[in-house]
Design a binder for this molecule. Structure first.
Ligand SMILES: [Zn+2]
Length: 325
């Protein structure tokens, strides 16, 4: 028997304006299907489902004079329904596909107590030929961010193997379906307001960073903010890319956090936290004594060798000479 997955906490509703914002991202949310004759056209709007006819040219007969005038529809251009005023894309009934289903991926987020949750959606507008559009929002992932903890990712999928028919939440993904690293195109502005209510507002999200990557890294390693602000840009990149820093999270001082000697902190700062130096300074700290700059360079040089035997050969060489020779 498979064990029951842990329970998904109760979630707050997403504001209606977020869904409206997402729908507006769709390129062909509504379709205006049309049929043209010489001087008239018939339009069916997928937003309201209504159909109207109008003349598109000058009235030539009395009958036409009584008819309302409408704009001439052109295939794949934007127009407005005269019944409900929705904006849609004109599609010629004779030339268009029988079904439209533009889809968009988006991410929003909410404060949850002291924590934060990112929520990932896809929004799809389904329109059959001359039918009313049906808009569907599907939430497929939630990423829980808790200060100092590894981000927890949940995915929504249907467990057909267990005979289930309704999608349910699982703390793991199967087959990379709806992988959030693939579908993350748009960020709902609402997430920013919610995030600003948490401790993560002090973070330094650079324009080049994906907000999900950044805030996952920041919540897992809250010290990131301090190192960002001290100018250790190389260290910052390592944390965001997910390299292990071997933090000592019990320490409160910057040098202690990084497991390096206190007298190396300024040097590492000047090197912007470059990884090879960080690792060398950590090895130095572990050895219990201060190394010469030559020893540091030798350590960095040796670290390039993946093969243990190569390393030993080079270590032997260093016994007789130094890197500068
Ligand atoms: Zn309409």
């Amino acid at each position: 028997m498979s064990k029951e997955p842990p329970k998904m906490p109760r979630m707050r509703n997403i504001p209606k304006r977020s869904y409206a914002w997402a729908e507006d991202l769709l390129p062909d949310k509504y379709i205006l299907f049309y049929k043209r004759k010489t001087s008239t056209a018939t339009v069916t709007c997928s937003a309201c489902g209504g159909t109207y006819e109008g003349r598109t040219g000058y009235p030539e007969t009395l009958e036409q004079q009584a008819q309302r005038h409408i704009e001439i529809p052109y295939h794949n251009t934007k127009g407005q329904c005269i019944l409900c005023h929705a904006v849609g894309t004109y599609k010629s009934e004779g030339r268009c596909r029988s079904e439209f289903h533009p889809s968009v991926g988006w991410v929003t987020g909410q404060k949850m107590g002291d924590d934060f949750v990112f929520r990932a959606f896809t929004t799809t507008a389904l329109t059959g030929k001359c039918m009313k559009t049906e808009i569907q929002h599907h939430e497929y992932a939630r990423i829980f961010l808790r200060k100092g903890k590894k981000p927890e990712k949940w995915y929504c999928w249907t467990d057909y193997w267990a005979g289930k028919e309704q999608p349910t939440w699982h703390p793991y993904n199967i087959g990379g379906m709806n992988n959030i690293s693939i579908i993350r195109w748009h960020y709902d502005p609402y997430y920013r307001k919610e995030l600003d209510k948490t401790w993560m507002r002090y973070g330094l999200l650079r324009p080049s960073y994906d907000p999900l990557d950044y805030y996952e890294a920041l919540s897992w390693h809250p010290a990131l903010e301090m190192f960002q602000k001290s100018g250790m840009t190389e260290l910052e990149k390592q944390v965001i890319r997910g390299y292990s820093i071997h933090w000592n999270t019990r320490s409160k001082t910057p040098a202690g956090l990084l497991r390096i000697r206190k007298d190396r902190l300024k040097e590492l700062k000047d090197l912007r936290g470059e990884r090879k130096y960080l690792l060398a300074f950590q090895a130095e700290c572990k050895s219990g004594r201060r190394w010469t700059s030559e020893e540091i360079e030798e350590h960095i040089y040796l670290e390039q060798f993946w093969d243990k035997r190569d390393k030993e050969v080079m270590q032997e060489v260093f016994k007789h000479t130094t890197i500068k020779k």
